[in-house]
Every structure is written in C-alpha cells, then in structure tokens.
Design a binder for this molecule. Structure first.
Ligand code: PLP
Length: 364
C-alpha cells in the first residue's frame, strides 16, 4: 500500500481560473505563467487546463523545451531573458521571445548569429527595483535594440511591486507611461493582482497580462479577497488519511515539544502528512483542516511525516478518514490554500511550489 497522501491537480479549475482572468482583462491576451514547474503543479499536468492561454511565460530554458515538447507552437516568453550568450541559440531554435533587462543581454544579442530576428520584451524597472532598465536609461536601451538586425519587434514590459496592497500601481504606471508614451510596441504590465484589480481600467490597458497565482486558485490579495470572492477555484488539492487515533485526557500533550496541552478529554487523529510532504512546519494549533469535509483544526507541532488534528467534533472520523490539507474535499467542501498559508506565516505561492517530490500526484 502506498502511504495515504495524494495531490490532485484539477484541470477544470485551471480552465475556469484562466477564463476568470480573461474576463478581468477582456481586451488583453494572456500569458499562462508556468515558471517554477507551473507553480509546483507540473507543466505537463496543467497542460490540458491551461492550453487555452495565448502564450506561456517562464524562466528556465529547460521548461521552455518542455512546453515545446507538448506541441505548443505559439508564444513562449522567458521572463528573465537569457542568462548567457548560448541561450540565444536555443531562443532561435525554439522561437522563444525573451525579456531584455540589462545591457549585457543587448551585447549578447548584438553578436548573435541568427536568420530569424528575435522578438524581445524590454523591461523597465519602474520602481520595484528587481529587474529592468531604470526609466532614465530605458529609451537608450530601446534605441540600441531597435538598431540591431537580430531584433524585430520590441515589446514593452514592467512589473508591479504592490498591485496586491494599499500602495497600488499608480506610481509605477505613471513612470512607465511617461517614458513609453510615444514608443511603438505591445505592452505587458500586470500579474494576477494587477489583472484582477485593474485589468479593465483603460489607464492600465495592456496587450498581454501575466496572471500566475490566480490561475492556480489562490487570491493574490488575500485576505482582502478570498478565492470565493474572486470566483476562483483551487487547482491543487493536498489530501491524506488518518493513520492513527489517540484519546487524550486533560493535561496530555501532543507531539514534539508538547506545544499543545489538552484542557479536556480530546480525540485526535494522526494524519499521513508532514513537512517532508511540503506542509508548512510553521502551521501551529488552530490551522484549519478538513476531515471528511468538516472543518477542524491542527493541534500540536507538524512533524516530518505526520500531523495531528482535533476530532472532538467528528465522532465518526477514525483511521482511514479523508483529510484535506488544502483544496477540495471529496464532498466538494473547500479549504483555500491561502488560509493554510497565512496560518504558516507565508503565501499560497510557497505552499504550491513546495509540494514535495515524494507526494504522488494525479490529474483529474
Ligand atoms: C515578471 C512576472 N510576471 C508575472 C508573474 C506572475 O505573478 P502572479 O503569480 O503574482 O500572478 C510573475 C511572478 O512572480 C513575474 O515575476
């Protein structure tokens, strides 16, 4: 018998979420952001659900090769561009579009031998101070790229630091628009938060949007909105089963460090899921979990292969009962990954990406 833990990727939910993102930015084309192995879901596993995107955005050349191997002939964008000169050969061979965010990438292009000029996305650092040309240097980079025979179309790109928070995007939009106003080329600006919150705002109009996390069923601005509020559905369920039950007397403690003490008699279930499966160790007593579709709480510390849950309100639960760590229970009840992430002091992104190799995965 395999250990009773399973991750399920929900094809229909991916499709639904992609359609939801489209509705938020009806005039834009959509990059399906599949970096980090499709946010931990697996590129091949999300393929059926996301193949309706207009293009795929990612970082690793090996991942781009996997998308081409799936038969995708449309656009693929390398969000961080090339890392070394020989990467351009693969771009030529696979027809990859790539971001250009520093001078060395232009130097590499200038000496690259290709019959097929490249489409590039010139990235501006409009305030996030991660990748991109400073606004004052952006137009010079554009002029340099525009003079290269290795380049055909130049698209314009930036990325927002606070689309999900109170600071918003106006300050970066102002910089981006001021510098690019009269430049030709398509624009790609926003991630999930910007797409959901501002996608239909004419002032933030873009030719391409780049929603990642929303498509995987996590609310980018949780807890301001949850997935139900955004009409999104979990794309990944992590479920396991109860493999043991303990009856606690008042004063009994649970697990390493005895971090939980029962103040009354309490039945607890021991679940076949721990931090070595990707469940966050920082989740403490009170973190929500579903047992047979009923919401209860984690008690005590998460250990490597097991965690413990309160069964006091679940008299029928026992060994073999279904536990939903996040996602959708067999009966349809939902537990948003965002709630679990928050209890562990992190975000849904990290939980998805951290799903451990040892967890078997099925696609439904
Ligand atoms: C350049 C770029 N575009 C789009 C995204 C997608 O962002 P999100 O998953 O928040 O929608 C990311 C993710 O970090 C990114 O780095």
């Amino acid at each position: 018998m395999p250990r009773p833990i399973l991750a399920t990727i929900h094809t229909e939910s991916l499709r639904h979420n992609l359609a939801r993102a489209r509705r938020a930015a009806p005039d834009a084309r959509i990059w399906g952001v599949v970096k980090a192995n499709a946010y931990g879901h697996g590129i091949e596993r999300v393929w059926e659900g996301l193949r309706g995107a207009d293009g795929f955005a990612l970082l690793d050349l090996a991942e781009a090769e996997r998308v081409r191997a799936l038969g995708w002939r449309g656009p693929i964008l390398l969000l961080e561009g090339v890392f070394e000169a020989r990467d351009l050969e693969l771009c030529s061979r696979l027809g990859l579009w790539h971001s250009v965010h520093h001078d060395a990438q232009i130097d590499m292009l200038a000496v690259h031998k290709t019959h097929q000029p490249h489409r590039v996305f010139l990235k501006m650092n409009s305030g996030m101070n991660r990748l991109g040309f400073a606004p004052a240097r952006y137009r010079a980079a554009w002029t340099r790229l525009n003079a290269l025979p290795q380049v055909d179309e130049i698209s314009l790109m930036t990325h927002f630091s606070d689309a999900d928070g109170p600071r918003g995007i106006a300050h970066q939009m102002q910089v981006f628009q001021e510098i690019t106003r009269d430049l030709p080329g398509e624009r790609t600006l926003g991630n999930s938060a910007a797409t959901l919150l501002h996608g239909s705002d004419p002032a933030v109009r873009a030719d391409w949007v780049r929603p990642g996390i929303a498509v995987y069923g996590s609310a980018p601005d949780f807890p301001d909105h949850d997935i139900a509020g955004w009409e999104l559905q979990p794309a990944m369920t992590l479920s396991a089963r109860i493999i043991g039950v303990q009856e606690l007397a008042p004063g009994d403690t649970v697990g390493y460090g005895s971090s939980f003490t029962a103040d009354a008699s309490l039945r607890i279930g021991v679940v076949a899921c721990g931090y070595a499966d990707g469940y966050p160790r920082h989740c403490s007593t009170g973190t929500p979990v579903l047992v047979d579709g009923v919401r209860t709480r984690l008690v005590g510390r998460v250990s490597m292969d097991m965690l413990t849950v309160d069964l006091s309100q679940l008299p029928d639960a026992g060994v073999g009962s279904e536990v939903t760590l996040w996602g959708r229970a067999a009966g349809g009840q939902m537990l948003a990954i965002d709630e679990v992430a928050r209890a562990g002091g992190t975000v849904g992104y990290e939980l998805m990406c951290a799903l451990a190799q040892r967890v078997p995965v099925v696609v439904d």
